[in-house]
Ligand binder design. Structure first.
Ligand code: SAM
Length: 338
């Protein structure tokens, strides 16, 4: 990311660095959870396309734990305390994410190598490959997941039709894995690029889930065609048997990767998520407004902290949106420029 790019002043981007998230995407998952209560009763989760790992960080602190109280009663930190400012009240109540949690398991996979996240079993793999799907199943240790999330995105070319097509292939691969690992009634959340054929995809999701909604978290830029499909109540078609000999095997033979059961086109409800005090992910906040932006961001983060278990220490002046550039939380493991 260039020093003078728009991201330099993106409130979520800066805030993610300040509180120890590896990517601003963490706020998207948190905002989706605000509306859909995704982690309620969840102990087993699969995080597809997980690198650099900010969703895994969120999962690490939220899965298998009670929803925190407004006073931050079960505060936690994403990386063993990395989110809490030293000396802040949150630091005193931090619970390490690898502290015992009742029978939980989080499995993460990505094409890229990923720094380990405490409490998360991660590995490198291509989700469109059968062997990756089999490894996910293996790492779940014979249990079903109640939630599968996929934030997968191919390298964007800027050609919308092509990007949308490649993204939909990734999405179908994620759905194919999901049909192997998701418990009945479970949820699936995945990034989609809205386009001409999105309604066809929604039709396919509708064939497998009782409820399908499209959601746009506030931290996802309006200028981006990205949204998230939130599918709840996993209920595959009668007689449907998940099989690696179908979609994933077909892909391995170069024939594409669609789950066997397809639905018609579907129009699904749209929900906006996250009331972060009007903070606009598309806005560039000039430095003279940085203080105001910081105050608004801190208030918003305090709300998120209350909802997620604290650890953001949002009111600590040391965490105000700073003017200088900040070091990445998780630098690339094998950067192309070295
Ligand atoms: N959720 C992540 C986080 O919070 O840190 C960010 C995910 S990033 C937007 C998209 C990821 O999709 C990239 O890390 C990329 O390597 C991964 N990806 C793309 N195609 C993939 C594939 N076929 N199999 C596995 N991962 C893939």
């Amino acid at each position: 990311m260039g020093r003078f790019s728009k991201d330099r002043r993106d409130v979520y981007y800066r805030k993610a660095k300040e509180v120890g998230f590896r990517a601003r995407s963490a706020f998207k998952l948190l905002q989706l959870d605000e509306v859909f209560d995704l982690f309620n009763g969840v102990t087993h989760v699969v995080d597809l396309c997980a690198a650099p790992g900010s969703w895994s960080q969120v999962l690490s602190r939220r899965v298998g734990r009670p929803r925190p109280t407004q006073d931050g009663g079960s505060a936690g930190a994403a990386d063993g305390g990395a989110l809490a400012a030293p000396g802040s009240p949150a630091a005193a109540t931090t619970v390490a994410p690898d502290a015992p949690a009742p029978e939980r398991r989080i499995v993460a996979v990505d094409l890229q190598e990923m720094e380990p996240v405490p409490g998360v079993a991660s590995f490198q793999g291509d989700i469109t490959r059968r062997e990756t799907a089999e490894r996910v199943v293996e790492l779940l240790g014979g249990c079903k997941a109640q939630l599968v999330v996929s934030d997968g995105a191919p390298d964007v070319t800027g050609l919308h039709d092509l990007d949308e097509h490649v993204q939909s292939q990734l999405l179908l691969a994620a759905l194919a894995i999901t049909t192997h690992v998701l418990a009945p009634g479970g949820s699936f959340v995945a990034k989609v690029f809205r386009g001409r054929d999105t309604s066809l995809l929604f039709g396919q999701f509708r064939a497998f889930f009782r409820e399908v909604v499209i959601a746009k978290p506030k931290s996802s830029r309006n200028s981006s065609i990205e949204s998230f499909v939130v599918c709840r109540g996993y209920d595959p078609p009668a007689g449907y048997t998940a099989s690696f000999d179908g979609a994933l095997a077909a892909h391995a033979a170069g024939e594409g990767s669609a789950p066997e059961a397809a639905g018609d086109r579907a129009v699904v409800p749209f929900v906006a998520c996250g009331d972060l005090s009007g903070l606009d992910s598309d806005a560039s906040y000039p430095s003279e407004l940085a203080g105001r932006a910081a105050a608004a961001a801190d208030a918003a983060m305090a709300a998120v902290a209350a909802a997620t278990g604290g650890g953001f220490a949002g009111t600590d002046p040391g965490l105000a949106v700073s003017k200088g550039s900040l070091a990445p939380v998780a630098p690339p493991i094998k950067p192309a420029y070295e």
